[in-house]
Design a protein around this ligand. Structure first.
Ligand code: F0G
Length: 419
């Protein structure tokens, strides 16, 4: 594995964050010729029977394909052990017969960030870092705080002072991080973090290539649990676009290693008020940042850092990028809830996007589609509560049962529905 600039190809040292020559993002490159695919598959499968913490992690189980980090430095919370659920109501809602949810919200801190954070914090620990820092809309903050706590590294997070989920901030505080609420949005917070000296701080936003290496393991874990059967499409929400670049990298590597025989197509879904990548995909050229506005606060991002990497992955996979409205996200999220699954608003962009792509005929009714859910329903309980007191089509308000009579009437109603 070697580290180089993802844009100009110049080599880079392991403790750098941006390319010396052009300022581009760094990325690890794997040498597929060094591996035997069938041997790897057997080893990955065997590790599922083991109780070694490295084997029970859905990241470190794939350690041959990660940057080398000494086992003693590894900080793991058994992340990236991921359920795939049939999308029954969600599939019907989108008129897709063969859709499933890959729930990355079923992680130790309840979002997909844990898969990347275990690698980034383990690297920081092995490099002797004392302070980890990130900009966040909430989930990166919680993940960094948890892994830094386990590593004995101090954690400082920069979050927008307004408009992020209270539950995520509370969770981050619980893990002992220092939370700095800045004036400005996520894009401003990331600007501040990017200007810090990476020799003094371990910067663990997804501009950190170790994060991407961990997150690409979600692609491996998904394929592994499908016995390496490749879906036709994978649909995921896009914000800063680190996760899109990670999934794309994972699939390309799986193909190069002979673990799979083709690439799934990647569909990235943005919120309409925070959709500079969707606009770029349509119009071409360079990314034009926007002032982001959406109630899906996790993806309220106007200047995504990883757009070049993500664009390359979408194009390589013959994929697509689209935007959906906040109302579409809200209704799709409620439908996912009724599948007995649930997720936070940003995650539901995937189902809202699938519905659009089915309507447009881009995705066929019988195609095999994996919808990526990035965060747990409890990440934003306030949003769910608001939704159910609004008049939206899938709302489910709390009924009044202040008297015995009212309660009995309600019980009769519920029984009538069940009969
Ligand atoms: N879904 C959720 C729940 C997220 O928290 C994020 C990003 C995304 C999707 C988008 O992923 O940035 O890789 O394209 N959250 C970051 C954070 C920005 O700070 O927690 P992306």
């Amino acid at each position: 594995m070697h580290l180089a600039c993802s844009e100009c190809g110049a080599g880079a040292a392991a403790d750098e964050l941006f390319c010396d020559a052009c300022g581009g993002l760094l990325a690890f490159t794997l040498e597929p010729a060094a591996f035997d695919g069938s041997h790897l598959k057997a080893a990955f499968r065997e590790r599922r029977l083991s109780n070694d913490p490295l084997d029970t992690s859905g990241v470190w189980r794939y350690r041959e394909l990660l940057p080398p980090i000494a086992a003693e430095a590894v900080v793991t919370l058994r992340e990236n052990v991921l359920p795939l659920y049939a999308a029954v109501r969600g599939g019907a809602y989108a008129e897709a017969r063969n859709a499933s949810y890959l729930h990355l919200g079923m992680n130790p801190t309840a979002s997909f960030k844990d898969a990347g954070m275990t690698v980034a914090i383990s690297h920081a620990k092995s490099a002797g870092a004392r302070v980890a820092v990130c900009a966040s809309t909430g989930n990166t903050a919680a993940a960094m705080a948890a892994y830094a706590a386990r590593a004995g590294i101090a954690a400082l997070v920069l979050v927008p002072a307004v408009g992020i989920s209270e539950a995520k901030v509370a969770q981050t505080l619980d893990y002992g991080a220092t939370v700095a609420a800045i004036e400005g949005d996520f894009d401003r917070a990331l600007e501040i973090v990017r200007a810090l000296d990476p020799r003094r701080f371990a910067i663990v936003n997804s501009v950190n290539p170790y994060r991407i290496e961990g997150q690409k393991c979600a692609a491996f874990a998904m394929l592994d649990s499908r016995d390496w059967r490749v879906p036709d499409w994978i649909v995921l929400p896009g914000g800063n676009l680190g996760n899109t670049s990670a999934f794309g990298k994972g699939f390309r590597e799986a193909l190069a290693l002979g673990l799979i025989d083709r690439l799934p197509r990647i569909a990235v879904v943005q919120a309409a008020g925070a959709a500079p990548f969707a606009r770029l995909f349509e119009n071409g050229g360079e990314l034009v940042p926007v002032r982001a506005q959406t109630s899906a606060t996790a993806i309220k991002i106007g200047a995504p850092a990883s757009w070049r990497k993500a664009l390359a992955e979408v194009r390589t996979s013959a994929g697509t990028v689209l935007a959906v409205t906040d109302d579409e996200i809200a209704d799709a999220r409620a439908v996912i809830g009724r599948d007995g699954i649930g997720c936070e608003p940003a995650s539901a962009a995937s189902l809202a996007g699938l519905r659009r792509l089915r309507n447009a005929g881009t995705i066929g009714a019988g195609e095999d589609v994996v919808l990526v859910l990035t965060g747990h329903v409890l990440k934003d309980g306030a949003y769910a509560a608001r939704y159910h007191t609004s008049s939206a089509s899938f709302a489910n308000p709390i009924r009044s049962a202040a008297t015995d009579g009212a309660l009995r009437a309600l019980i009769d109603q519920v029984l009538a529905v069940r009969a």
